[in-house]
Ligand binder design. Structure first.
Ligand code: ZN
Ligand code: ZN
Length: 354
Protein backbone atom coordinates (compact mmCIF):
# COMPACT_ATOMS: atom_id res chain seq x y z
CA UNK A 1 0.00 0.00 0.00
CA UNK A 2 3.03 2.23 -0.33
CA UNK A 3 1.75 3.84 -3.51
CA UNK A 4 -1.46 4.87 -1.70
CA UNK A 5 0.57 6.47 1.09
CA UNK A 6 2.71 8.30 -1.43
CA UNK A 7 -0.38 9.50 -3.24
CA UNK A 8 -1.80 10.76 0.06
CA UNK A 9 1.45 12.68 0.60
CA UNK A 10 0.96 14.25 -2.82
CA UNK A 11 -2.26 15.88 -1.56
CA UNK A 12 -1.47 19.39 -0.29
CA UNK A 13 -4.03 19.34 2.56
CA UNK A 14 -6.97 17.47 4.05
CA UNK A 15 -9.46 19.37 1.92
CA UNK A 16 -8.07 17.87 -1.28
CA UNK A 17 -8.65 14.39 -2.73
CA UNK A 18 -7.36 12.36 -5.68
CA UNK A 19 -9.85 10.51 -7.87
CA UNK A 20 -8.24 7.78 -9.97
CA UNK A 21 -10.58 6.48 -12.66
CA UNK A 22 -8.36 4.94 -15.36
CA UNK A 23 -8.36 1.13 -15.50
CA UNK A 24 -4.58 0.87 -15.28
CA UNK A 25 -4.01 3.23 -12.38
CA UNK A 26 -7.01 1.92 -10.48
CA UNK A 27 -5.54 -1.54 -10.79
CA UNK A 28 -2.08 -0.24 -9.85
CA UNK A 29 -3.36 1.28 -6.62
CA UNK A 30 -5.78 -1.47 -5.63
CA UNK A 31 -4.38 -4.63 -7.22
CA UNK A 32 -7.96 -5.26 -8.34
CA UNK A 33 -8.87 -5.45 -12.02
CA UNK A 34 -12.27 -4.11 -13.02
CA UNK A 35 -13.83 -2.42 -16.02
CA UNK A 36 -15.35 0.45 -14.03
CA UNK A 37 -14.92 2.22 -10.73
CA UNK A 38 -12.54 4.58 -8.98
CA UNK A 39 -9.91 4.78 -6.30
CA UNK A 40 -10.48 7.74 -4.02
CA UNK A 41 -7.60 8.96 -1.88
CA UNK A 42 -8.14 11.56 0.82
CA UNK A 43 -5.89 12.41 3.75
CA UNK A 44 -7.89 10.04 5.95
CA UNK A 45 -9.22 7.26 3.66
CA UNK A 46 -8.36 5.02 0.74
CA UNK A 47 -11.45 3.70 -1.07
CA UNK A 48 -11.77 1.28 -3.96
CA UNK A 49 -15.18 2.24 -5.31
CA UNK A 50 -16.88 -0.42 -7.42
CA UNK A 51 -20.41 -1.28 -8.43
CA UNK A 52 -22.51 -4.30 -7.52
CA UNK A 53 -20.80 -6.55 -10.11
CA UNK A 54 -17.41 -6.22 -8.49
CA UNK A 55 -18.16 -5.46 -4.86
CA UNK A 56 -17.98 -8.93 -3.37
CA UNK A 57 -14.76 -9.84 -5.18
CA UNK A 58 -13.23 -6.47 -4.30
CA UNK A 59 -14.19 -6.80 -0.62
CA UNK A 60 -12.46 -10.18 -0.49
CA UNK A 61 -9.37 -8.99 -2.28
CA UNK A 62 -8.48 -5.59 -0.84
CA UNK A 63 -6.45 -5.23 2.31
CA UNK A 64 -6.61 -2.42 4.87
CA UNK A 65 -6.03 0.49 4.79
CA UNK A 66 -7.77 0.23 1.41
CA UNK A 67 -11.54 -0.31 1.82
CA UNK A 68 -13.95 -1.64 -0.77
CA UNK A 69 -16.95 0.65 -1.25
CA UNK A 70 -20.07 -0.20 -3.24
CA UNK A 71 -21.52 2.70 -5.14
CA UNK A 72 -24.91 2.99 -6.73
CA UNK A 73 -24.24 6.15 -8.69
CA UNK A 74 -20.57 7.08 -8.52
CA UNK A 75 -20.88 10.86 -8.59
CA UNK A 76 -23.66 10.87 -5.95
CA UNK A 77 -21.66 8.66 -3.60
CA UNK A 78 -18.54 10.73 -4.20
CA UNK A 79 -20.40 13.91 -3.37
CA UNK A 80 -21.65 12.38 -0.13
CA UNK A 81 -18.07 11.55 0.87
CA UNK A 82 -16.80 14.94 -0.23
CA UNK A 83 -19.40 16.64 2.00
CA UNK A 84 -18.63 14.35 4.96
CA UNK A 85 -14.92 15.00 4.67
CA UNK A 86 -15.21 18.66 3.71
CA UNK A 87 -13.29 18.13 0.46
CA UNK A 88 -13.04 21.33 -1.59
CA UNK A 89 -10.80 20.21 -4.47
CA UNK A 90 -10.31 16.93 -6.28
CA UNK A 91 -7.53 15.93 -8.65
CA UNK A 92 -8.41 14.00 -11.81
CA UNK A 93 -5.99 12.14 -14.08
CA UNK A 94 -5.28 14.77 -16.70
CA UNK A 95 -3.92 12.21 -19.16
CA UNK A 96 -6.68 9.63 -18.80
CA UNK A 97 -9.98 11.47 -18.36
CA UNK A 98 -11.77 12.13 -21.65
CA UNK A 99 -13.03 15.61 -22.38
CA UNK A 100 -16.65 14.47 -22.03
CA UNK A 101 -16.02 12.73 -18.69
CA UNK A 102 -14.17 15.80 -17.48
CA UNK A 103 -17.17 17.99 -18.30
CA UNK A 104 -19.50 15.53 -16.59
CA UNK A 105 -17.40 15.45 -13.43
CA UNK A 106 -16.94 19.19 -13.45
CA UNK A 107 -20.71 19.66 -13.70
CA UNK A 108 -21.69 17.09 -11.07
CA UNK A 109 -18.96 16.99 -8.41
CA UNK A 110 -19.21 19.50 -5.59
CA UNK A 111 -15.44 20.19 -5.19
CA UNK A 112 -13.43 22.09 -7.75
CA UNK A 113 -11.76 19.65 -10.17
CA UNK A 114 -7.99 19.95 -10.71
CA UNK A 115 -6.16 18.59 -13.75
CA UNK A 116 -2.54 19.42 -13.06
CA UNK A 117 -0.30 16.69 -11.84
CA UNK A 118 -2.11 13.52 -10.77
CA UNK A 119 -1.23 11.56 -13.93
CA UNK A 120 2.34 12.70 -13.66
CA UNK A 121 2.50 11.70 -10.00
CA UNK A 122 1.12 8.23 -10.75
CA UNK A 123 3.59 7.81 -13.62
CA UNK A 124 6.43 8.64 -11.24
CA UNK A 125 5.18 6.14 -8.66
CA UNK A 126 4.93 3.43 -11.30
CA UNK A 127 8.52 3.96 -12.50
CA UNK A 128 10.01 1.89 -9.67
CA UNK A 129 8.50 -1.54 -9.22
CA UNK A 130 7.74 -3.29 -5.93
CA UNK A 131 8.96 -6.86 -5.37
CA UNK A 132 5.54 -8.38 -6.23
CA UNK A 133 5.42 -6.34 -9.44
CA UNK A 134 8.89 -7.55 -10.45
CA UNK A 135 7.84 -11.13 -9.72
CA UNK A 136 4.84 -10.79 -12.04
CA UNK A 137 6.98 -9.35 -14.84
CA UNK A 138 9.43 -12.26 -14.42
CA UNK A 139 6.58 -14.78 -14.46
CA UNK A 140 5.27 -13.23 -17.69
CA UNK A 141 8.79 -13.52 -19.12
CA UNK A 142 9.15 -17.19 -18.09
CA UNK A 143 5.81 -18.01 -19.74
CA UNK A 144 7.07 -16.35 -22.94
CA UNK A 145 10.38 -18.20 -22.77
CA UNK A 146 8.67 -21.56 -22.38
CA UNK A 147 6.42 -20.88 -25.37
CA UNK A 148 9.35 -19.57 -27.42
CA UNK A 149 11.56 -22.58 -26.67
CA UNK A 150 8.79 -24.92 -27.72
CA UNK A 151 7.91 -23.05 -30.90
CA UNK A 152 11.52 -23.13 -32.10
CA UNK A 153 10.88 -26.83 -32.80
CA UNK A 154 8.41 -25.77 -35.50
CA UNK A 155 10.72 -23.28 -37.15
CA UNK A 156 11.92 -24.76 -40.43
CA UNK A 157 11.72 -23.98 -44.15
CA UNK A 158 8.11 -24.07 -45.34
CA UNK A 159 6.40 -22.90 -42.15
CA UNK A 160 4.57 -19.55 -42.31
CA UNK A 161 5.05 -16.51 -40.10
CA UNK A 162 1.35 -16.74 -39.26
CA UNK A 163 1.61 -20.36 -38.08
CA UNK A 164 4.48 -19.47 -35.74
CA UNK A 165 2.59 -16.46 -34.35
CA UNK A 166 -0.59 -18.46 -33.75
CA UNK A 167 1.32 -21.29 -32.02
CA UNK A 168 3.09 -18.82 -29.78
CA UNK A 169 -0.15 -17.14 -28.78
CA UNK A 170 -1.70 -20.50 -28.02
CA UNK A 171 1.27 -21.64 -25.93
CA UNK A 172 1.48 -18.35 -24.02
CA UNK A 173 -2.13 -18.81 -22.95
CA UNK A 174 -1.65 -22.51 -22.28
CA UNK A 175 1.28 -21.82 -19.97
CA UNK A 176 -0.58 -19.30 -17.84
CA UNK A 177 -0.48 -15.99 -19.69
CA UNK A 178 -3.71 -13.97 -19.44
CA UNK A 179 -3.08 -12.93 -23.02
CA UNK A 180 -0.24 -11.86 -25.27
CA UNK A 181 1.34 -8.55 -24.29
CA UNK A 182 0.86 -7.02 -27.78
CA UNK A 183 0.30 -8.20 -31.35
CA UNK A 184 3.20 -10.64 -31.60
CA UNK A 185 5.77 -9.81 -34.24
CA UNK A 186 6.85 -12.97 -36.07
CA UNK A 187 8.53 -12.09 -39.35
CA UNK A 188 11.05 -13.70 -41.63
CA UNK A 189 13.34 -12.95 -44.57
CA UNK A 190 12.93 -9.45 -46.04
CA UNK A 191 10.08 -8.81 -43.56
CA UNK A 192 12.61 -8.71 -40.69
CA UNK A 193 13.58 -5.22 -41.89
CA UNK A 194 10.13 -4.02 -40.70
CA UNK A 195 10.53 -3.22 -36.98
CA UNK A 196 6.77 -3.62 -36.44
CA UNK A 197 6.00 -6.18 -39.14
CA UNK A 198 2.74 -8.13 -39.02
CA UNK A 199 2.81 -11.95 -39.36
CA UNK A 200 1.87 -12.92 -42.94
CA UNK A 201 1.67 -16.04 -45.08
CA UNK A 202 5.34 -15.62 -46.04
CA UNK A 203 7.01 -19.01 -45.71
CA UNK A 204 10.36 -19.45 -44.01
CA UNK A 205 13.23 -20.24 -46.40
CA UNK A 206 16.68 -21.65 -45.81
CA UNK A 207 19.08 -18.80 -45.02
CA UNK A 208 16.38 -16.45 -43.65
CA UNK A 209 16.47 -14.56 -40.42
CA UNK A 210 13.35 -14.95 -38.28
CA UNK A 211 12.52 -12.23 -35.75
CA UNK A 212 10.30 -12.90 -32.74
CA UNK A 213 9.18 -9.85 -30.73
CA UNK A 214 6.97 -11.48 -28.15
CA UNK A 215 5.56 -11.14 -24.65
CA UNK A 216 2.90 -12.28 -22.23
CA UNK A 217 0.70 -10.69 -19.57
CA UNK A 218 0.59 -12.23 -16.11
CA UNK A 219 -1.73 -10.73 -13.48
CA UNK A 220 -1.74 -7.47 -15.43
CA UNK A 221 2.04 -7.24 -15.88
CA UNK A 222 3.77 -7.45 -19.26
CA UNK A 223 6.95 -8.98 -20.58
CA UNK A 224 8.85 -8.08 -23.75
CA UNK A 225 11.62 -9.98 -25.57
CA UNK A 226 13.00 -10.04 -29.10
CA UNK A 227 15.17 -12.74 -30.62
CA UNK A 228 16.41 -12.97 -34.19
CA UNK A 229 17.45 -16.46 -35.25
CA UNK A 230 18.84 -17.78 -38.53
CA UNK A 231 17.25 -20.71 -40.36
CA UNK A 232 19.78 -23.20 -41.73
CA UNK A 233 22.70 -20.82 -42.05
CA UNK A 234 23.67 -17.14 -41.86
CA UNK A 235 25.99 -15.48 -44.36
CA UNK A 236 28.88 -13.24 -43.39
CA UNK A 237 26.90 -9.99 -43.61
CA UNK A 238 24.08 -11.41 -41.49
CA UNK A 239 26.63 -12.43 -38.86
CA UNK A 240 28.28 -9.01 -38.93
CA UNK A 241 24.95 -7.22 -38.45
CA UNK A 242 23.96 -9.65 -35.70
CA UNK A 243 27.23 -9.13 -33.82
CA UNK A 244 26.90 -5.34 -34.14
CA UNK A 245 23.39 -5.37 -32.68
CA UNK A 246 24.51 -7.74 -29.92
CA UNK A 247 27.39 -5.43 -28.98
CA UNK A 248 24.99 -2.46 -28.99
CA UNK A 249 22.61 -4.40 -26.74
CA UNK A 250 25.38 -5.40 -24.32
CA UNK A 251 26.90 -1.91 -24.24
CA UNK A 252 23.48 -0.44 -23.48
CA UNK A 253 22.98 -3.04 -20.73
CA UNK A 254 26.26 -1.99 -19.12
CA UNK A 255 24.99 1.60 -19.02
CA UNK A 256 21.90 0.59 -17.02
CA UNK A 257 23.29 1.84 -13.72
CA UNK A 258 21.33 3.60 -10.97
CA UNK A 259 22.22 7.29 -11.19
CA UNK A 260 22.94 7.23 -14.92
CA UNK A 261 20.58 9.10 -17.19
CA UNK A 262 18.14 7.07 -19.28
CA UNK A 263 19.74 8.83 -22.26
CA UNK A 264 23.09 7.15 -21.47
CA UNK A 265 21.54 3.76 -22.24
CA UNK A 266 20.24 4.92 -25.59
CA UNK A 267 23.52 6.58 -26.50
CA UNK A 268 25.54 3.48 -25.60
CA UNK A 269 23.53 1.45 -28.11
CA UNK A 270 23.34 4.20 -30.71
CA UNK A 271 27.05 4.99 -30.66
CA UNK A 272 27.96 1.32 -31.06
CA UNK A 273 25.79 1.04 -34.16
CA UNK A 274 26.97 4.39 -35.56
CA UNK A 275 30.63 3.40 -35.07
CA UNK A 276 30.02 0.37 -37.26
CA UNK A 277 28.46 2.56 -39.98
CA UNK A 278 24.82 1.51 -39.57
CA UNK A 279 23.49 4.53 -37.68
CA UNK A 280 20.92 5.40 -40.34
CA UNK A 281 19.43 1.90 -40.07
CA UNK A 282 18.58 2.22 -36.37
CA UNK A 283 15.59 4.55 -36.42
CA UNK A 284 13.78 3.84 -33.16
CA UNK A 285 14.53 4.43 -29.50
CA UNK A 286 16.55 1.86 -27.54
CA UNK A 287 13.77 0.88 -25.18
CA UNK A 288 10.96 1.70 -22.78
CA UNK A 289 9.66 0.98 -19.33
CA UNK A 290 7.52 -2.14 -18.86
CA UNK A 291 4.88 -2.89 -16.23
CA UNK A 292 1.10 -2.68 -16.22
CA UNK A 293 1.53 -1.30 -19.74
CA UNK A 294 3.80 -2.73 -22.40
CA UNK A 295 5.18 0.73 -23.13
CA UNK A 296 5.40 2.99 -20.12
CA UNK A 297 7.82 5.55 -18.76
CA UNK A 298 10.70 6.00 -19.07
CA UNK A 299 11.16 6.15 -22.84
CA UNK A 300 14.76 5.08 -23.36
CA UNK A 301 15.80 7.79 -25.78
CA UNK A 302 18.79 10.07 -26.16
CA UNK A 303 16.94 13.17 -24.99
CA UNK A 304 15.45 11.64 -21.82
CA UNK A 305 17.41 12.98 -18.85
CA UNK A 306 15.44 11.01 -16.23
CA UNK A 307 17.82 9.33 -13.79
CA UNK A 308 17.74 5.56 -13.55
CA UNK A 309 16.74 4.35 -10.09
CA UNK A 310 16.77 0.96 -8.45
CA UNK A 311 13.74 -1.23 -9.28
CA UNK A 312 12.93 0.40 -12.61
CA UNK A 313 12.34 -2.14 -15.39
CA UNK A 314 13.35 -1.05 -18.87
CA UNK A 315 13.94 -2.79 -22.18
CA UNK A 316 17.15 -2.67 -24.18
CA UNK A 317 16.27 -3.31 -27.83
CA UNK A 318 18.59 -1.89 -30.46
CA UNK A 319 18.22 -3.05 -34.05
CA UNK A 320 19.60 -2.62 -37.55
CA UNK A 321 17.15 -2.79 -40.45
CA UNK A 322 18.36 -2.98 -44.06
CA UNK A 323 15.27 -2.10 -46.16
CA UNK A 324 14.03 -4.88 -48.40
CA UNK A 325 16.76 -7.23 -47.20
CA UNK A 326 16.79 -8.16 -43.51
CA UNK A 327 16.90 -6.78 -40.00
CA UNK A 328 18.11 -7.82 -36.56
CA UNK A 329 16.80 -6.78 -33.15
CA UNK A 330 17.74 -8.18 -29.76
CA UNK A 331 15.59 -7.17 -26.80
CA UNK A 332 15.47 -7.98 -23.12
CA UNK A 333 14.11 -6.37 -19.98
CA UNK A 334 16.53 -5.23 -17.29
CA UNK A 335 15.84 -4.49 -13.64
CA UNK A 336 17.91 -1.55 -12.39
CA UNK A 337 19.98 -2.64 -9.38
CA UNK A 338 22.90 -0.41 -8.46
CA UNK A 339 25.91 -0.83 -10.71
CA UNK A 340 24.76 -3.95 -12.50
CA UNK A 341 21.26 -4.35 -13.88
CA UNK A 342 19.55 -7.74 -13.64
CA UNK A 343 18.83 -9.30 -17.02
CA UNK A 344 15.30 -10.69 -16.63
CA UNK A 345 15.66 -13.11 -19.56
CA UNK A 346 17.11 -16.61 -19.50
CA UNK A 347 17.22 -17.19 -23.27
CA UNK A 348 20.78 -16.83 -24.65
CA UNK A 349 21.49 -13.84 -26.86
CA UNK A 350 24.17 -15.39 -29.12
CA UNK A 351 23.19 -16.06 -32.72
CA UNK A 352 21.06 -19.19 -32.82
CA UNK A 353 21.00 -21.17 -36.04
CA UNK A 354 18.03 -23.49 -36.29
ZN1 ZN B 1 9.41 -6.07 -27.93
ZN1 ZN C 1 9.95 -3.41 -26.39
Amino acid sequence: MNALNELRDFLPDDRTAALVTSDINRRYLSGFPSSAGAVLVTKSRFLLMVDFRYYEAAARRVQPPLEAFRYTRLTDDLNRIFLEENIKQVYLEEEAVTVSYFHELQATLIPEVLTDGLSDQLMKLRLCKTAPEVEKIITAQRITERAYTEVLNLLRPGVSERRIAVELEHLIKLYGGERVAFDLICVTGENTSLPHGVPSDRLVREGDFFTFDIGAVYDGYHSDMTRTVAVGHADEEMRLIYETVLQAHLNAARAIIAGNKVADVDLAARETIERCGYGEYFGHSTGHGVGLEIHEAPAVYKTNLTLLRDEMVITDEPGIYLPGRFGVRIEDMYLVRGERAVDLAEIPKDLTII
